[in-house]
Design a protein around this ligand. Structure first.
Ligand code: SAM
Length: 266
């Protein structure tokens, strides 16, 4: 295999710690009849173990230089399919996976992790679960509870769609080159039934974005342009609270209140 030099602009930090790789594979626990999708396989650190399960595996890799390396390593395996391109623009319908079947895996490039999670959530109906390596701070935000400083737009929109499990931390030494930050593994499992369905999830996004634009202000203040005090009270929410004090159910009630207003284009 020819030597590949890690590229910063593709967020390349390759896993080389066999213990960590095994721990991740154990957490995923792939089986022969699984439909797997790996995002950013790199040089195949996780890919090899995923294929060893016998599962069908699609990978999406952006870096053209890695394509021949992946092809040489795994191209003979009929269960392996290589997709070259940008995962942020990938049309997941192309995979023709049954609803609720796709198991998504990735040691993600940190610069695209949030938009990629949102892109995947748009396709939540296809997905059974997701296992990601992310910057530790991002996993803390994903798994945050109301009332904490980490609770915000990312926590709320992901928890609207998924159950979040913070699995374990991974230090910089597990990668080559070593990143400057700590990492962690998270499991996201889309809810079979949304626990707090909003009338219109775009309005939920809007209320949450607006509320957290100025997280130190009261809701009465930050939501002024969307909902007046009466509407906030009608949602059963105390307008003198700050956004980080509200749970998901309360944000959904605010969004549903907004949906009742005549002039509420998303
Ligand atoms: N999975 C490998 C590992 O654990 O060693 C590589 C992880 S590395 C952090 C991220 C990988 O994602 C790189 O291979 C990089 O080229 C790829 N990548 C970066 N941006 C991407 C994108 N937009 N779509 C698909 N792959 C991307």
């Amino acid at each position: 295999m020819h030597q590949h030099r890690a590229r910063k602009r593709f967020g390349q930090n390759f896993l080389h710690d066999a213990g960590v790789i095994h721990r991740i594979l154990r957490a995923i626990h792939a089986r022969e009849d699984d439909r797997l999708l790996e995002i950013g396989p790199g040089q195949g650190a996780l890919t090899e173990g995923l294929l060893a399960s016998g599962a069908q595996l699609d990978v999406i890799e952006l870096d053209l230089d890695l394509i021949p390396i992946l092809q040489a390593r795994f191209g003979d395996n009929p269960r392996f399919r290589l997709n070259q391109g940008d995962a942020l623009k990938f049309d997941f319908a192309r995979l023709q996976a049954a609803p609720g079947s796709l198991r998504v895996v990735g040691n993600l490039p940190y610069n695209i992790s949030t938009p990629l999670i949102f892109h995947l959530l748009d396709n939540a109906a296809l997905i059974r679960d997701m296992h990601f390596m992310l910057q530790k701070e991002v996993v803390e935000r994903l798994a945050a509870e109301p009332g904490s400083g980490d609770w915000g737009r990312l926590s709320i929109m992901v928890q609207y769609h998924c159950r979040v499990e913070y699995l374990f931390n991974v230090g910089p030494g597990a990668f080559n080159p070593a990143p400057k930050v700590d990492s962690a593994i998270v499991r996201l499992v889309p809810h079979a039934q949304l626990p707090h369905p909003a009338r219109d999830h775009r309005l939920l996004e809007r209320v949450v974005r607006e509320a957290f634009n100025q997280r130190r202000k009261t809701l009465r203040n930050t939501l002024k342009g969307l909902l007046d005090s009466e509407a906030i009270a009608a949602a059963g929410v105390d307008g003198s609270l700050r956004p980080e004090q509200l749970d998901l159910a309360a944000f959904v009630r605010l969004a549903d209140q907004l949906a009742l207003q005549p002039q509420s284009p998303a």
